[in-house]
Design a protein around this ligand. Structure first.
Ligand code: SF4
Length: 280
């Protein structure tokens, strides 16, 4: 068994919270740069340039990219030969979030109860998804999720007979309904198959995938390309003010499903598609 200390997890998660809220990943930065070149509308270009400028200011002045620093969502791969020394992994992650959001002066956006709505004042608890894997390492991916775009996400329980055309329609419906509310240009995460909750989880995880890591299943790759093209013809554009850049990417994950169903989940993220990964 390899020992990983509770404190190592806390300090890494703390740093990850601060970094993810100040810098976008390289693939997101490149996608925004490419979008400026390709955008057909002058106003759209102007808004994309402002988004670039916003990234530069965040870097230079060490302020968050967006005021909504999100709810901290984690995907954690735990090697079954790894052991946390000194406490529970969930407690370590939440302590890291507490320190990151407090010491990094990030907005605290979490209420402890969905109806009573009292702010927990430290952005905990995080939403944590665990996967047990081979090996003795722990791989932590953090994706702080803003709720402007989260609120526009959807799950469709399609019938098998709806087929791939039904899936396309569901994705386009979700994006059209989101419109300017999702702070476009967006990244569209899609989960097809599994069950109700599995499809939603796949859609969320798809948002953390590098744009260059394309699917190995040919029809999924084709569907990503087709949907990106169709979404960018909707005319929603940067900031929702019109243009040819409504989405920067469509990332699709799939899984086996039941003979009687075809779940499709669409998790929309804004242009602030934050994610960071560390392996400990
Ligand atoms: S949806 Fe994204 S860009 Fe819009 S306010 Fe929320 S985090 Fe910021």
């Amino acid at each position: 068994m390899r020992q990983i200390s509770f404190e190592t997890i806390v300090s890494n998660v703390k740093d990850m919270c601060i970094l993810a809220n100040h810098y976008l990943s390289n693939d997101m930065c490149s996608a925004l740069e490419e979008a400026v070149e390709k955008e057909k509308s002058e106003l759209g270009k102007k808004i994309l340039n402002q988004l670039q400028e916003n990234l530069e200011i965040a870097d230079k002045e060490q302020i968050p990219i967006c005021q909504d620093t999100g709810m901290a969502v984690f995907f954690v791969e735990v090697g079954q030969e790894a052991h946390i020394d000194g406490g529970l992994l969930t407690d370590a992650i939440n302590e890291g979030v507490r320190k990151g959001y407090t010491e990094g002066y990030l907005r605290k956006s979490v209420v402890g109860d969905p109806i009573e709505r009292i702010n927990t004042k430290d952005n905990t608890p995080a939403v944590i998804h665990y996967d047990i894997v081979a090996g003795d390492k722990i791989k932590i991916t953090l994706a702080p999720k803003g709720f402007g775009s989260e609120n526009m996400s959807r799950v469709f329980m399609l019938k098998p007979a709806d087929g791939i055309e039904g899936v396309k329609e569901a994705i386009l419906t979700a994006v059209k309904d989101a419109g300017p509310n999702a702070c476009p240009p967006m990244v569209v995460g899609v989960g097809i198959g599994g069950t109700f909750e599995k499809s939603a989880l796949m859609a969320k995880q798809a948002l953390t995938r590098e744009f260059s890591a394309r699917p190995t299943i040919p029809w999924v790759k084709d569907l990503e390309d087709e949907m990106l093209e169709k979404i960018n013809k909707l005319g929603i554009g940067p900031g929702g003010l019109g243009g040819s850049t409504t989405a920067l990417a469509v990332n699709i994950n799939t899984y086996a499903t039941h003979i009687a169903g075809l779940p499709v989940a669409i998790n929309i993220c804004c242009h602030v598609n934050r994610h960071i990964t560390r392996e400990l």
